[in-house]
Ligand binder design. Structure first.
Ligand SMILES: C[S@@+](CC[C@H](N)C(=O)[O-])C[C@H]1O[C@@H](n2cnc3c(N)ncnc32)[C@H](O)[C@@H]1O
Length: 178
C-alpha cells in the first residue's frame, strides 16, 4: 500500500497535506485533550494530525484508504466509543463525506466531528439543507486567511472553514473567525 500511497500523493490533486499550524490551531480550539477516543480518517503515516496526536499522547486511531487495511472512510467503522472524528477530507467528495458523517452521528458511532472544508461548502441548497437540519449543535470556524496546502509538486491556497458538530468547547460561540 505504501507505493500506491506515494503514487496517489504525486498524482491526485485532492491529495494535499494540512499544514501543522492548522492542526495545532484546531486541536487547541476544541480542547482536543478532553476527547477519549479520536478517529482521524483520511490520515496516513505522514499526516500532521497524526504527528501532533502522537506528541500530545492522545488516544486516537488514524486510518487511510491506502493503509495496510485499505480503510475506506465509507465502509470503515470508527473506533469504539469514538467521541471525536477530525480530518481534512478530499474536497471533491465532500457531499458524500458530509452525509456519511451525519449518518455516523445518527448511528451514535461517533459523538462529534470537525471537518476541514472549502468555504464553498456553505454553498448549494443540498448542503445548506443538511447543515440547517443539524443547526442545533453545528459550529463553523472560518479562516481569516487562505490556507496554503502542500501537494507533492503543487500547492494551492484555499479559503476554508471547519464544520463542527457537537463539540462542547465550541457551543458557546458557534461562529468564529480564526
Ligand atoms: C485532502 S487529503 C488530506 C491528507 C491528510 N489528512 C492531511 O490532512 O494532511 C485527503 C486524503 O484522503 C485520502 N482518501 C481519498 N478517498 C478516501 C477514502 N474513501 N477513504 C479514506 N481516505 C481517502 C486521499 O488519498 C488523501 O490522502
Amino acid at each position: 500500500m505504501g507505493n500506491e500511497y506515494e503514487m496517489d500523493k504525486s498524482t491526485n490533486p485532492d491529495h494535499v497535506a494540512t499544514p501543522r499550524w492548522v492542526v495545532e490551531n484546531i486541536y487547541s480550539l476544541i480542547n482536543v485533550e478532553e476527547f477519549e477516543s479520536i478517529w482521524l480518517p483520511f490520515n496516513n503515516y505522514d499526516s500532521e494530525f497524526k504527528n501532533k496526536a502522537e506528541e500530545l499522547n492522545l488516544k486516537y486511531k488514524s486510518t487511510h484508504i491506502f493503509d495496510d487495511l485499505g480503510n475506506d472512510f465509507f465502509t470503515t467503522h470508527p473506533p469504539n466509543r469514538c467521541d471525536l472524528m477530525i480530518s481534512n477530507p478530499p474536497f471533491s467528495q465532500q457531499n458524500d463525506i458530509i452525509v456519511r458523517s451525519f449518518d455516523l452521528i445518527e448511528q451514535k458511532a461517533i459523538k462529534s466531528f470537525a471537518l476541514l472544508l472549502p468555504l464553498a461548502t456553505l454553498e448549494t441548497e443540498r448542503r445548506a439543507s443538511i447543515y440547517q437540519e443539524y443547526n442545533d449543535k453545528l459550529s463553523i470556524l472560518i479562516f481569516k486567511k487562505r490556507i496554503k496546502f502542500l501537494g507533492h509538486s503543487t500547492s494551492f491556497n484555499r479559503g476554508c472553514c471547519w464544520i463542527c458538530y457537537n463539540i462542547p468547547a465550541l457551543q458557546e460561540r458557534r461562529i468564529q473567525w480564526v
